[in-house]
Design a protein around this ligand. Sequence first.
Ligand SMILES: Nc1ncnc2c1ncn2[C@@H]1O[C@H](COP(=O)(O)OP(=O)(O)O)[C@@H](O)[C@H]1O
Ligand SMILES: N[C@@H](CC(=O)OP(=O)(O)O)C(=O)O
Length: 497
Amino acid sequence: MLGREHRPVAQTSPWLHTPDTPTDTPRNLNAENKPHQLLVMKFGGTSVGGGEQLLRCAGIVRKALPDRPIVVVSAMGKTTNALLNAAKTAVETGEVDITAIRSTHELAMKHLGIDMPPTMVELLNELERLLNGVALLKEISTQTRDRIVSFGERLSVRTFAAAFNVAKNKEEAEAQAVDAWQIGMRTTSGSGSADSAFSSVEILEESFSAIMHHLGPLKQNYSYVPIVTGYIAKDSKGIITTLGRDGSDLTATVIGAAVKASEVQIWKDVSGVQTTDPRVISSAKPVRVLTFEEAAELSTFGSKVVHPAAVLPAWQAGVPMSVRNSMAPEDPGTRIVPKLSSTETKERRVAAISSKSNITMIVIKSSRMLGQHGFLAHVFSVFNKYAASVDVIATSEVTVSLTLDEGYKHVDVPAIERELQEVAKVSVLHDVAMLTLIVPKSDSVSVLREAFTVFEELKIQVEMVSHGASNVNVTFVLPGDQLLTASKKLHDVFFGP
Ligand SMILES: Nc1ncnc2c1ncn2[C@@H]1O[C@H](COP(=O)(O)OP(=O)(O)O)[C@@H](O)[C@H]1O
Ligand SMILES: N[C@@H](CC(=O)OP(=O)(O)O)C(=O)O
């Protein structure tokens, strides 16, 4: 049960006025007298870049009204980057400039033909005051940075709600902007995820029941369409936390799992998951269906289509997901389901290819490994000390090779190297790359054979292979400068030119 101080700020959200005991109304029950399921629709920054796109997305939500959508929205366009830059500029130069952020939202409102609501004017003023404080001190805490980036989503939900309401007819429910903490989205304490690929906080278990309490099919009589902020939450002290870059997907699947949604739809600017990054290989083709396991591996190993952590809540709750294109809503996109049908399994071998570049590989050689226990434990304690996460690992009699994804993280590799040198010979290779094929184990032998034929033809030296740790993943570690050639050729082989 939530404490009083954690109750939502209700005056701006009439639909949040929920009685303490569930009161079923016929409106909440379907023909079989069961509660209606709800649909979660998440719109990413690329889908809500400006007024025109917002109206398009609002139209998509309007069409889905019979399915009772709960909408999750990311910051408009590149607003999160702009907020991070504004904070950096304030620290480094003492200057405060939010013109671009202000005008993104003003222009959207202008496109909708309405004035900016007072809550948004107040949010922009508060942001400016906060940045002025940072500029004055010329320093910023990670907690303050998290608070600064939260303005992106707090502004975008209000803009989205306005876009929905501007074209709404009398019979339709009104959209209502909701800050995620108002429905009980709560994390552990910890700051600094604003600009990190990984979140330093975890969603608290109590969030699920709180969200069900506020938005669940029996409590919400669906007189309002909730437009919820992605990516942000609060800890139990009321401090704003962030879920890591692209974390709005996680907000959506946590809500989806909490209310046992019929589906969680991730709306982007691309027609679903493609066989590889379409910006890099133009012959990429849409993937119609993926299992949760495949989607989780694909996103962990480099494809940015769904946030890696976001697959888990939906998977555990058995809530199907889909990735759809807000620019082409009629396209089927990609379904993400627990299991493929036998026809779907027969129809393909490799589901998709993903990659990660700028990877660091560390090779640790020591005769102390021979028949000894505790050596690997020591190696991992060093990685743990420097909060470095290991992606791929291979061990032999006297050698351990592993890769580190430095990504957004600032891992102190020289310090790790120095500590490991106390017990082993260490070499560090920068600029290696990981290339991952999503392929079921049953097909992996023939796929590995074909992949190695390609590497042989292209004279590519494979530094490491990881196969078998997952049911659906084969990963190769290659020299970074050969990644593109290898990806193109493998894509041609498995998906055609
Ligand atoms: N395998 C892939 N399938 C689809 N899109 C991909 C893939 N890999 C990379 N992308 C890129 O991801 C982009 C969408 O990601 P992003 O810009 O983060 O979206 P959003 O703002 O909606 O979260 C697409 O425009 C596409 O270029
Ligand atoms: N706005 C945040 C969170 C997010 O999920 O964004 P998007 O859905 O546009 O990737 C970010 O830019 O990281």
